[in-house]
Design a protein around this ligand. Structure first.
Ligand code: PXG
Length: 445
């Protein structure tokens, strides 16, 4: 272990911070500390340059250290550090909501601000239930999530989520009445698909089965990620999301798209709902909203949902929900500046123009040892490695570590390597990412 990690930090100083979603003991025995970031790169505490192939954690879509955003944040802090969020307002919150509404899928022009993806999800679930109640259908309390889904770590989000480790430790504390659709990852039919898989639209019909089981009158909403990220990139088969939309419409069930990862340009359009031409009733976002600079999330609601709440006496609070930091002025300033950067550089559609180059690059991993599947869409890529017998996850983690040592940061979940570079990525950097990953996979037994 290094005697001294940074000028301010000795090795023993790592104990107090209980790190999230991290093997704390393993990390603290051999820490990976990042101290600086600019453009497509991080720098480690010992001065090594690392190419960022995951946009931080799927959030730094315009690349690191954008002066436009930094300046806007500094200026806002100097002008008004905080403003109360309840029964008071500040202009940039309204400006931001208006700007976001213009980018959103048709009709989703009402925006509720949160501070993270998890809060966005729990907010959307609460809005869904309260919406039905406002329309006299208070018995609609069930949510339908999906296996392999990730919707953050709140009690609502973990309940509708479908990743076993995020659920089993908390199994006693799940929301009641939640059921799950089957996931759509099928390597037997779809291995090495380029873009959306052909096979599997019929998996959406499982929703009809759940409706038949529970009765539509008890179901408030279906929540899915258009493309699942955390579980290792699970793509929707062609026609699948449209079918979900049709079944929801037929039964008056709300459809929630969790676009925390797919939002803000990752799939070549501002949102996946636009890319796939399927409009949800509610859409959850965070991450790319502020380019990862300061925490912020946003829930987009269809106007019909907002309008359903706008009844009763005018002095009545319509939705008993919100956060101290909803529409925080600093977050709003960061988000507005981020949207300017996205617009000026065409970043919300840049992934579409890079998609075929990216697809070819990612599929260069096909045929390498242990590679069982390769998937891609927009500027998202993933490769499944065959798990080592009796030691799942170790091969993936070794690949992640070796890539990091060679100056490329990828993301690992289990034995799946996920890629999602900042949307400013250049061809040379795409080559470098896949060359490094390919070489490491070749050398990893
Ligand atoms: N929904 C989705 C679809 C997400 O991907 C969240 C909600 C929760 O967001 P917050 O801001 O509360 O973390 C996420 C978060 C990974 C990875 O490795 C993905 C996320 C977070 C951390 C790691 O894939 N997504």
């Amino acid at each position: 272990m290094n005697a001294e990690l940074t000028p301010a930090l000795a090795a023993g100083d790592l104990d107090a911070f209980w790190m999230p979603f991290t093997a704390n003991r393993q990390f603290k025995a051999n820490p990976r500390l990042l101290t600086r970031a600019k453009g497509m790169h991080y720098w480690t505490a010992d001065g090594r340059e690392v190419l960022d192939a995951v946009a931080g954690l799927w959030c730094v879509n315009a690349g690191h250290g954008r002066p436009e955003i930094t300046d806007a944040v500094a200026k806002q802090l100097g002008t008004m550090d905080y403003a109360p969020a309840f029964q008071m307002g500040h202009p940039s919150a309204f400006e931001l909501a208006n700007r976001l509404a213009k980018l959103a899928p048709p009709g989703l022009d009402r925006v509720f601000f949160t501070n993270s993806g998890s809060e966005s999800v729990d907010t959307a679930l609460k809005i869904a239930v309260a919406y039905h109640r406002a329309r006299g259908a208070g018995q609609r309390f069930r949510f339908i999530g999906r296996e392999k889904g990730y919707h953050g770590v709140g009690f609502g989000g973990m309940s509708v989520g479908g990743m076993v480790n995020n659920r089993k430790y908390f199994a006693s504390s799940m929301l009641p009445g939640v059921d799950h659709l089957p996931h759509t990852l099928d390597i037997e039919h779809n291995a090495f698909s380029r873009g959306l898989p052909q096979w599997g639209a019929h998996l959406a019909n499982e929703l009809e089965r759940l409706v038949a089981l529970h009765d539509a009158s008890t179901i408030a909403a279906v929540i899915v990620e258009p493309i699942a990220g955390s579980a290792g990139v699970v793509l929707p088969p062609i026609g699948y999301l449209k079918r979900l939309r049709e079944i929801c419409d037929k039964h008056d069930i709300l459809l929630i798209f969790d676009e925390v990862i797919t939002g803000f340009g990752r799939v070549g359009k501002p949102f996946a709902g636009l890319a796939f031409d399927v409009t949800p009733d509610l859409m959850t976002t965070a991450k790319g909203l502020t380019n990862g600079t300061v925490p912020m999330g946003a829930v987009f609601a269809h106007r019909k949902i907002y309008d359903a709440f706008m009844q009763g006496p005018e002095n009545a609070i319509e939705l008993f929900h919100g956060y101290t930091y909803s529409a925080h002025p600093v977050s709003c300033a960061a988000a507005l500046a981020t949207l300017d950067v996205y617009a000026k550089e065409g970043l919300l559609t840049r992934a579409a123009s890079l998609a075929s180059e990216w697809e070819d690059a990612v599929h260069s991993l096909r045929g390498l040892p242990h590679v069982q599947d390769v998937r891609n869409y927009g500027l998202i890529g993933a490769a499944d490695l065959e798990p080592r017998a009796g030691k799942p996850g170790t091969r993936g983690f070794d690949v992640f570590l070796k890539c990091f040592e060679r100056g490329v940061m990828v993301r690992v979940t289990g034995d799946t390597i996920a890629l999602s570079p900042p949307l400013i990525v250049e061809s040379k950097q795409i080559e470098r990412i896949l060359e490094t990953l390919g070489a490491v996979i070749r050398e990893t037994a």
